[in-house]
Design a protein around this ligand. Structure first.
Ligand SMILES: Nc1nc2c(ncn2[C@@H]2O[C@@H]3COP(=O)(O)O[C@H]4[C@@H](O)[C@H](n5cnc6c(=O)[nH]c(N)nc65)O[C@@H]4COP(=O)(O)O[C@H]3[C@H]2O)c(=O)[nH]1
Length: 517
């Protein structure tokens, strides 16, 4: 991969990773947002029911107080009645003052005692379903002129309720308490905050669960309800820590998903993962390079050479072969390559019977018994190809087991070629033991023949070694006519190289074969 390709992939991977991290941040935000919201909403509901509990305590206290007094037989305000009213006031917790009525006028109260002039009272703000009369934020004429309060009257008595000490603690009144009678009656809190003409059903339909606007009614005094429209500033103050955590989690999610995605994409592009994916998905394919009989010029065989290409481009054998060895997949790879090549060559009618087909094998595989499983190639050999197995000179083939396996394969009809002869590890004794059929002269010897280099001057010695061992020679890397002529002059039998054809598709090979017939 070139530097500019690497840069391009780096940028593309980065963009993809950014996209994935954005998507995951959105997903995490939605998920965490929903969970946090439900949590906040529950907390707001808890706060609302706490307010309602306090209200219930006040009403209950007033109810007990008023019921107790109404049960007494007093019809007028005398000393005894007043004493009883004061005793009762002392016992109650949320009643600030008690008054007594005669003929709809207030005639005495715990604070002022018996009034000289009975006091007529204004119309109440509303009546409850139990016929209790309520005055909301009404001037408390009996105290000082400024004071206002909530008064409830039941039967002959009224009670001034200490609502403020319970309801007034909240510095932001983002709720209103109302009585739900034939219509909404404001009782406490912020009267303009929420639309009092809305029914609970309207509110529910309008707000849904993901909202900080809701109505909660008391369990006992079911007509006493709290309408809440939570103040965002207060809620934010309350949950600032969570918000900071939220932002932190989002940043971490973004960073982590970017890192994971980027690494994944980079790993996917690594040689190791591309090769292993290629092996898994049988993505390797074969090209065929012609062998030529140097004297007649006819194509008499081919070498099968593997190739690989994926969405990131090609990988060449000098990179994927070591990788396959590293992943210990050599045998699986070889079986796959041979099967595909045999199918290609069998299927093409222009590849003649008896054609030499040469496969590259990994020397290490000859040390394992599995190499004897090459019988399947014989079964596939319907066109009687001369099957040549090429092994590079390698210390692995010097082992006893490799020599035994090679001997056994030869007895089944496979021919053997020592590849890249002259640059590897071999000695004459070993060559004799292996009893190979061909020596392939490494192309480094052929490359500078026309310049009479020291290396090329060794070719005649290789020729006499081959004569001594009675093996055929194949010269690799023949690129021009000068090399061809010299090789012919040295009585070398076969050649392979760009002069005769590069590694090519089976169809191109078939055409080359037909042209030289
Ligand atoms: N400069 C030049 N090069 C020429 C010329 N003629 C042929 N070549 C190249 O020389 C290599 C010959 O194959 P090799 O020596 O068996 O060397 C092969 C072989 O050892 C290994 N290889 C390739 N395919 C397979 C395979 O399927 N299995 C195994 N085990 N090894 C393979 O990878 C090596 C390299 O393969 P390739 O890149 O295909 O390279 C091929 C071929 O393309 C020429 O005239 N000039």
């Amino acid at each position: 991969m070139t530097k500019s390709e690497q840069k391009q992939y780096f940028l593309a991977d980065n963009l993809k990773a950014i996209l994935v991290s954005l998507i995951s941040v959105v997903a995490v935000t939605l998920l965490l947002g929903a969970v946090t919201f439900l949590f906040v909403r529950e907390q707001e509901e808890n706060r609302a029911s706490e307010i309602l509990n306090n209200v219930r305590a006040v009403f209950r206290d007033a109810e007990i107080t008023l019921d107790y007094l109404n049960a007494l037989p007093y019809e007028s305000c005398g000393k005894d009645n007043l004493a009883e009213m004061r005793k009762t006031l002392f016992r109650s917790r949320f009643v600030k003052e008690i008054g007594f009525y005669q003929d709809d006028s207030l005639v005495c109260s715990t604070y002022l005692g018996i009034l000289e002039e009975p006091l007529a009272t204004d119309e109440p703000d509303f009546y409850t379903k139990l016929d209790d009369a309520f005055w909301i934020n009404t001037p408390l004429q009996l105290f000082d002129k400024q004071a206002t309060g909530t008064i409830v009257k039941r039967g002959r008595y009224n009670a001034v309720l200490d609502m403020d000490s319970i309801l007034g603690y909240s510095y932001i009144q983002d709720w209103q308490l109302f009585y739900n009678g034939d219509q909404f009656y404001h009782m406490a809190g912020n009267p303009v905050l929420v639309d009092s003409t809305l029914s609970q059903q309207d509110m529910d339909a309008r707000t849904g669960y993901f909202s900080l606007q809701f109505i909660l009614c008391d369990e006992r005094y079911t007509s006493t309800c709290l309408q809440v429209k939570s103040d965002h500033g207060r809620v934010l103050d309350l949950h600032l820590g969570k918000l900071v955590l939220f932002v932190f989690v989002m940043l971490m999610t973004a960073a982590l998903t970017h890192m994971i995605t980027f690494n994944y994409l980079r790993r996917r592009r690594s040689l190791e993962s591309r090769v292993s994916k290629g092996l898994r998905e049988h993505k390797f394919y074969s090209l065929y390079q012609p062998f030529v009989d140097l004297q007649s010029g006819k194509v008499i065989g081919c070498e099968v050479l593997s190739r690989f290409k994926d969405e990131f481009g090609p990988i060449y054998p000098d990179e994927f072969i070591p990788q396959i060895k590293e992943q210990d997949m050599t045998w699986e790879f070889t079986v796959d390559m041979i099967t595909k090549a045999m199918n290609d060559l069998n299927d093409n009618p222009d590849i003649p019977e008896g054609f030499k087909v040469s496969f590259n094998l990994f020397p290490f595989d000859f040390t394992r018994d599995s190499c004897l499983n090459l019988d399947f190639v014989l079964d596939m050999n319907i066109k009687n190809f001369k099957l040549v197995l090429e092994i590079t000179e390698d210390e692995q083939i010097a082992t006893q087991s490799a020599a035994k396996h090679i001997k056994s394969l030869k007895s089944k009809g496979f021919l053997f070629a020592i590849d890249d002869f002259g640059v590897g590890y071999s000695n004459l004794g070993q060559l004799k033991t292996l009893n190979c059929d061909y020596l392939k002269i490494d192309r480094s010897f052929v490359m500078d023949m026309e310049e009479n280099s020291i290396r090329s001057s060794l070719i005649p010695h290789i020729v006499s070694i081959a004569d001594g061992l009675d093996v055929e020679l194949i010269a690799e890397g023949v690129e021009n006519l000068e090399q061809l002529n010299e090789l012919k002059g040295l009585k070398i039998g076969f050649g392979q190289g760009w002069l005769f054809g590069k590694p090519q598709s089976v169809n191109a090979l078939a055409k080359t074969v037909q042209e030289t017939l």
